[in-house]
Design a protein around this ligand. Sequence first.
Ligand code: SF4
Length: 381
Amino acid sequence: MRRLSAVWVGEMHVKPGNGRRETGNVRRTQLPLALSDYPPIRPSALPILDERLRGTKFVTLECRSVLNPPSRTGMEFWSLNPYVGCEFGCTYCYARYAHRYVVERAHDQGRLTDAELVDFRGAHGWEAFERRVFVKQRLLAALDADLRRYLRSAGPSDRPTAPIVIGTATDPYQPAERRFRITRRVLERLARCDGLNVGIITKSPLVSRDVDVLRRLQTRNDLEVHVSLITVDVPLIRTMEARSPMPAVRLRALTKLTDAGVNAGLIIAPVLPGITDDVPHLEALFQAARQAGARFVHAGPLRLYAGVRDRFLPVIEEHFPRLAERYRRAYARHATAPRDYARALSRRIKRLQARYGFSVNDGMVDRYTSRLPVLQGELGL
Ligand code: SF4
């Protein structure tokens, strides 16, 4: 029997079957009365916490550290991601590499068999990111230790100013959060601090569930909640993002946050060259942001890392064949957008920020600057 086809209930490892109870989309397995009915099973190194009817599994991931320092990520901020993998399944998502890394490391450490490695990668190497979601365990203990390290890094007398960004590699309010509530517990812990600089990035309306803790957090800390939306065009959203919430739902959540006084705004990322970067497209987003009471609008162009190409480029070939060759050429040597394109887009965003009454900046680039090198190349707007 494959270890990961069974379900864990507390410390007991039982086969799905008798006693199965269905709650909404999530299948739970109750502990049967007589465990002796079942043969002994080797404990899994990666126990399954829950499972959806369509096959998505939520898997335990023990962690000793959750706050990633800039020295580890190459970004100029600390990052925190309660989950690895994301059911929203955006075709352009660059976080697939992080899932692959966790899976391969678990295999190297003997916690995944060869057969499980195949299951946790998916047929093409990218599907499992959406269907095998790791849920970090003992996260608060790790966060406490990391916060001490973070505060030490700021020096004995200075206030820590390096931002902590939640949701850089997976959505902290993806569907799993409704059940596991890890992001909420992280925010409750951060709300007990003073002088932090916290950013949250999400596509999910679930963020508005935590409006109480967000308000508490921002009384003594800087907070920016970035609601992420690449377009208000519903068919285009479904082409690019397999299971993400609809634009209207996200904008309603943004309105709820801003109505409650939370410092929230819109992030348009990634802007897709030749698809969502035209002025009418961007104007529709700026208008929607204005109506939702957004405090800011940030934007950034597509990055196309090696691990994402196999997922994203076939979508471009199928739906935007006239652009396929241009994408391949523009991102042939580097993952970030060509420098000329990024500059032109930045100018366009700044003009729109000014026109719609938002503060004019380079968006995420200002606060959360990447140290990754900028690129050469051509991709006309
Ligand atoms: S919501 Fe964010 S983390 Fe999730 S798949 Fe989309 S881009 Fe990736």
